[in-house]
Design a binder for this molecule. Structure first.
Ligand code: GLU
Length: 480
């Protein structure tokens, strides 16, 4: 069997968002599970769109996710260089072969002339085809004008197979004489990627749907060049969360490295990206990376569009966080703790205990301060927590005070070991004949000044008796 070689071929036009990185992931997965090679190639032939720093940014994004490439810029490999602007001589060589074979010619027209052909076709209600204006005796190509492919559409339907999209076909009328090399000396994507995929012995071309319509043209060029065709796999679009529009920056298509900054786990991100279009046919949702490598297959990638749903990513991230052992999690959240923690609480033991309590609820690391600050600081009294509470908000002040005083008396005489505290809180429920949502919310608000916390007994036990009593007293004064 032919060696499996897949590639990710981004253009350095800015950051990569989820759509781009998903293509990279799927190509990487195919290589990984077949003992193949994954190649990173930079497609920078449209120099007007280049954004400086993009290549490093793309590489950082891939590295964060552990999508390591076997060959690529900086890394090297037997088929380099891996940046298209450094391969101009290679494209020139193949262009010359096409010229010699009578399959490429110098474009004699100015942009205005081509436009007038286009207008004329529109006036006649016909599709514009450049090849209808192909010059009879083109001048030799000197590099100052575009070089065009001389297509041979024939009369037959063009058929091809796509691993994801299935059996495809198109009529020969879509084939045209496209530009191979522009007048600035750079090849077009249409030409360069085919040459590179051949030269780099790419076995699987895995890419976005925007290139699907050009396939008949590409197939015509493969034939003209005498290249063996790779396997094609076209990724469906990723749509915005609700509508049917392609995911845009406004809908949350942000730089993948932002998620790293916000404290998402790379494994959760991979899990999320893989699930955009792929599932293994079971109900399973949470996968480890080795499991995905093991189970992924192109023929299980759906050919319908996937919806980007950031809430799902958040949920998956929480699920992956819950699976981490506490020491690993502790290491990962090191830079996310609240700032200026008082010295006597700023120690591994206490922070690990805090983390153990919030692990269950933590969805991404940047929310760690919000979830834990009351473990480190006495937060200012927040009257809205009571007034805005569904049940407590309706209780008369006197009743609130009385309830909190009863609670205070009980808590004062309680051992703060979690089990004992829990037993006392339960007794308190019985004696006050209150619902947990009333009694426990009140104590929670008093002791944490937060709308939510981990289990009340665990939280209070970790805060310690002195702090809890002090905070309850302060709340009592405030209600006053
Ligand atoms: N350079 C193309 C892009 O960034 C890549 C397409 C391909 O993978 O062939 O969209």
């Amino acid at each position: 069997m032919k060696a499996i070689r897949t590639r990710f071929a981004p253009s350095p036009t800015g950051f990569i968002h989820v759509g781009g990185i998903r293509t990279a992931l799927f190509a990487w997965l195919v290589a990984k599970q077949n003992n193949g090679k994954f190649i990173l190639r930079i497609e920078d032939t449209d120099q007007t769109r280049e954004v400086s720093g993009s290549i490093e940014h793309i590489q950082d994004s891939l590295r964060w996710l552990g999508i390591e490439w076997d060959e690529g810029p900086g890394t090297g490999g037997d088929y380099g260089p891996y940046v298209q602007s450094q391969r101009l001589d290679i494209y020139k060589r193949w262009a010359d072969k096409l010229i010699q074979a009578g399959r490429a010619y110098a474009d004699p027209y100015s942009a205005e002339e081509v436009q007038s052909f286009r207008d004329q076709a529109r006036a006649n209600k016909q599709a514009f085809l450049y090849r209808n204006h192909r010059p009879d005796n083109p001048k030799p190509w000197d590099g100052t004008t575009p070089l065009r492919f001389k297509s041979e559409p024939g009369n037959e339907t063009i058929n091809w197979h796509d691993e994801v999209m299935g059996d495809m076909h198109a009529g020969p009328e879509v084939i045209d004489d496209f530009i191979l090399i522009k007048s600035d000396g750079f090849p077009t994507y249409n030409f360069a990627h085919i040459v590179d995929d051949h030269e780099m012995q790419i076995s699987h071309v895995i890419r976005g749907q925007e290139f699907l319509a050009s396939m008949p043209n590409y197939l015509n060029l493969y034939e003209a060049l005498g290249f063996e065709k790779p396997v094609f796999a076209t990724m469906p679009h990723i749509l915005n969360p609700t509508g049917n529009k392609k995911l845009s920056k406004r809908d949350g298509a942000k730089d993948i490295l932002n998620y790293q900054k916000e404290g998402y786990l790379k494994d959760a991100m991979i899990n999320f990206l893989a699930s955009l279009g792929w599932n293994d046919g079971t109900e399973q949702e949470v996968y480890s990376v080795p499991e995905i490598i093991d189970k992924f297959s192109l023929d299980k990638v759906q050919n319908s569009n996937a919806h980007f749903d950031e809430r799902r990513l958040l949920w998956l991230n929480g699920a992956h966080i819950r699976e981490l052992d506490i020491d690993t999690l502790y290491e990962k959240v090191a830079s996310y703790w609240p700032k200026n923690i008082p010295e006597k609480l700023d120690n591994d033991d206490y922070k690990k205990r805090v983390l153990t309590l919030v692990q269950e609820r933590l969805k991404f690391f940047e929310e760690l301060p919000e979830l834990t600050d009351f473990f480190f600081f006495d937060l200012p009294l927040n009257p809205e927590l009571l007034s805005g509470h569904k049940q407590l908000g309706k209780m008369p002040t006197q009743e609130l005070t009385q309830l909190l005083q009863t609670a205070l008396a009980k808590i004062e005489s309680t051992d703060f070991e979690t089990d004992k505290l829990q037993a006392s809180l339960n007794e308190l429920l019985a004696t006050t004949e209150q619902k947990p949502v009333v009694l426990f919310s009140l104590i929670r608000i008093a002791t944490t000044q937060s709308p939510a916390s981990p289990g009340l007994a665990e939280t209070m036990s970790l805060l310690g008796k002195d702090k809890c009593l002090k905070r309850i007293n302060e709340q009592l004064n405030a209600i006053g």
